[in-house]
Design a protein around this ligand. Structure first.
Ligand SMILES: Nc1ncnc2c1ncn2[C@H]1C[C@H](O)[C@@H](COP(=O)(O)OP(=O)(O)OP(=O)(O)O)O1
Ligand SMILES: Nc1nc2c(ncn2[C@@H]2O[C@H](COP(=O)(O)OP(=O)(O)O)[C@@H](O)[C@H]2O)c(=O)[nH]1
Length: 227
């Protein structure tokens, strides 16, 4: 059996983690797990103590405490044993990275660096379908019908947290929390940073680095799914 590949993608809000993760998962046949989506699903479907606790943090857009999130994510990862995977949004903190390190040897950590001004422009053009989390950008990946989700036809909304002041605060927070995590992965020699203003220009570099490390079950081409 081919060696399993374990990767993590990191980057500030709006840097294209979700967009690029879907391309990687599609091209290389990895299982893609977004921690935020996983937590949101848990909140929606699991009315246990854990679900209620997670909801109390998500409602305030706060980070869920490390012990809580690792206790949920690590068993979820165990369900993916036998698969190569790409994690987005986990680990977010040094504590989470250390907990993950105890169980898995990561092959690669992708870090996206996108200038603030670009993030600000993107976020002012970003629309979401709240129920599914599908994300659109009015220039980069617009919905088929203006203002409507491609799958359900329901209305798209813009979020308060994507407005410039809120974005600036989220960015500052990201930098503080991510720095020790990135330092750890750098010291392990597995950090690959990609800088740029356009996902479509970053992607070919990333694709070629990944192609050297991974077999490609799917072709070079990519679709830009929104779910
Ligand atoms: N690994 C994690 N550890 C703790 N809390 C988390 C983690 N991942 C997500 N959350 C929480 C933080 C928020 O309350 C909520 C949504 O997270 P997320 O969608 O990542 O938004 P965000 O604004 O923090 O970042 P981004 O816009 O980069 O995705 O879930
Ligand atoms: N204009 C533009 N928008 C982009 C580009 N890449 C991603 N986006 C959009 O930027 C927003 C944030 O992207 P997303 O992948 O959700 O970033 P994440 O928050 O890091 O997961 C979404 O609306 C995307 O459609 C790009 O290269 N140019």
């Amino acid at each position: 059996m081919a060696k399993l590949f374990r990767a993590v993608i990191m980057g500030p809000p709006g840097s294209g983690k979700g967009t690029i993760s879907k391309r990687i998962a599609h091209n290389f046949g990895l299982q893609y797990l977004s921690c935020a989506h996983f937590l949101q699903e848990l909140v929606a479907t699991n009315k246990t103590e854990a679900g209620v606790l997670v909801k109390s943090y998500i409602d305030k857009r706060m980070l869920v405490p490390d012990q809580v999130v690792t206790k949920l994510m690590l068993p979820r990862l165990e369900q993916l044993s036998g698969h190569s995977w790409l994690l987005e949004g986990f680990p977010r903190t040094l504590g989470q990275a250390q907990a993950l390190n105890e169980l898995y040897q990561l092959d690669m950590v992708i870090s996206l660096n996108v200038p603030f001004e670009t993030l600000r422009e993107r976020m002012s053009d970003k629309w979401i379908h709240p129920a599914s989390g599908r994300v659109y950008n009015m220039t980069f990946n617009p919905p088929r019908v203006k203002g409507k989700d491609d799958i359900t036809g329901e209305p798209l909304v813009q979020s308060e947290i994507d407005k410039p002041e809120a974005l600036m605060a989220r960015l500052r927070h990201y930098k503080d929390v991510a720095k020790p995590v990135l330092d750890l992965y750098k010291s392990q020699g597995i950090l690959h940073s990609f800088s740029g203003t356009d996902t479509d220009r970053i992607w070919p570099y990333m694709n070629s680095i990944l192609s050297a490390k991974l077999p490609t079950p799917n072709s070079e081409s990519h679709s830009t799914p929104t779910s």
